[in-house]
Write a protein that binds this ligand. Structure first.
Ligand SMILES: Cc1cc2nc3c(=O)[nH]c(=O)nc-3n(C[C@H](O)[C@H](O)[C@H](O)COP(=O)(O)OP(=O)(O)OC[C@H]3O[C@@H](n4cnc5c(N)ncnc54)[C@H](O)[C@@H]3O)c2cc1C
Length: 358
């Protein structure tokens, strides 16, 4: 083979990944359906949004409709999987949303497609990746992804959300996931509490707030039976809670869970088998083991967090770091709901828009 042919082949090998990376596009379930212009790495963009779940997408929509330029980072696979929005299926508690199968992801894709075709599409820059490190220098935020690329923004909106702790069953969190996907195991009583109506129900948790969640479900939904499984942990309930648990005939079982029973394909739960051989029948399950906030970027910037790790902000969502805003589940002292995320997003973007135009 001639030397020039070898050189052409080699350069094609190195050039091909570059073309792919520059398109800002990834294909497949849960990934981004549109391509936008490639951002200029030298330029300072007015608004950066990290996260494209419920809060990030609403922030994007409002900012684009305000005719402001926006760079949005949608998150790589690992970050998407580690965010609540990725796991939301049908939503019953917000008008108009019950038609979506995977509500937060479907809404994201719908909004991105709509904005990428609309009159303000010149303002939209989508980066289908995660931000891994962040700095603030001379009033400008420098955002770096895991691929060695950096971007600059003046106002930054963090919408990276939180994730629920999952129960470990025989050392793995995988056992519970098919049923969570089928909404026969849930995490949020305000979203999915009504699914327990009249059913044999189990709640996995050992903290006092877990016990209070079980009590609230029993008191509201004529539950057929309620059992709390502490999965090998000691219950941490105070005496008043213990009395209420006894009054409602709620069983508390401490043995570790050995198996989640049911039809994994149909995602139908039928019960839990414990390591002591006992079987607890259940048509509906709830997990109440606490949360993991995706607060690493906020901490890198020195933002103040409360005891659960959620970021403290003022009523506009601005943190102790000027021009750093937090919207959605990651914000302290707020309901972890889609409509709350939307409200946060609009409030913060409107403050930013006023500052940009001052
Ligand atoms: C199973 C389940 C069911 C629910 N059902 C309902 C319901 O019926 N009604 C309701 O109102 N609420 C419901 N919720 C709550 C709702 O999902 C959240 O309140 C909402 O998604 C919060 O939006 P968010 O934008 O803050 O976070 P998310 O929607 O979780 O989005 C976080 C985003 O941040 C991105 N990200 C994270 N880290 C990075 C990074 N470093 N770089 C770039 N991107 C990053 C992720 O990719 C993701 O796009 C449910 C939650 C769960 C778990």
């Amino acid at each position: 083979m001639k030397i020039c042919t070898i050189l052409v082949l080699l350069s094609a090998l190195f050039y091909y990944p570059t073309i792919k990376a520059n398109q800002n596009k990834a294909i497949g379930q849960g990934q981004i359906p549109v391509i936008t212009h490639k951002p200029n790495e030298e330029k300072v963009y007015p608004i950066g949004i990290i996260g494209a779940g419920a809060a990030g997408i609403m922030a994007l929509k409002r900012a684009i409709l305000n005719n402001d330029e926006v760079l949005i980072f949608t998150g790589a696979k690992q970050e998407r999987r580690g965010s609540r929005g990725n796991w939301v299926k049908k939503v019953d508690n917000i008008p108009g949303l019950a038609k979506y199968e995977r509500t937060v992801v479907d809404l994201r894709n719908e909004v991105l497609e709509e904005l990428s075709k609309g009159s303000f599409r010149h303002n939209l820059y989508i980066i289908d990746n995660s931000i891994t490190s962040i700095k603030k220098e001379n009033e400008i935020f420098k955002l770096s992804d895991g691929m060695g690329q950096s971007y600059f923004v003046k106002y930054l909106i963090l919408a990276t959300g939180i994730m629920d702790e999952q129960p470990k069953i025989q050392g793995s969190i995988r056992e519970i996931l098919p049923f969570a996907n089928g909404q026969t195991v849930a995490y949020c009583t305000l979203c999915d509490g009504h699914r327990s109506f009249g059913k044999k129900t189990v709640l996995i948790g050992h903290s006092e707030s877990a016990a209070k969640m079980a009590l609230a479900l029993v008191e509201k939904y004529k539950i057929a039976s309620m059992t709390i499984l502490t999965n090998g942990q000691k219950p941490q309930f105070n005496q008043e809670v213990v009395k209420r648990i006894n009054d409602h005939h709620i069983m508390v079982l401490e043995a570790p869970i050995q198996e989640v029973m049911g039809n994994k394909e149909a995602k139908q739960l039928t019960g839990f088998k414990l390591q002591n051989g006992k079987v607890v029948e259940a048509e509906m399950g709830y997990v109440a083991l606490g949360i993991r906030p995706n607060n690493q970027l906020a901490l890198q910037l020195g933002a103040t967090v409360e005891n659960q790790g959620l970021v403290v902000t003022d009523s506009n969502g601005e943190t102790n770091i000027p021009n750093l805003f937090v919207v959605g589940d990651l914000r302290a002292n707020s309901m972890k709901q889609i409509y709350t995320a939307w409200q946060h997003a609009v409030e913060s973007v409107q403050v930013i828009n006023r500052r940009i135009r001052e």
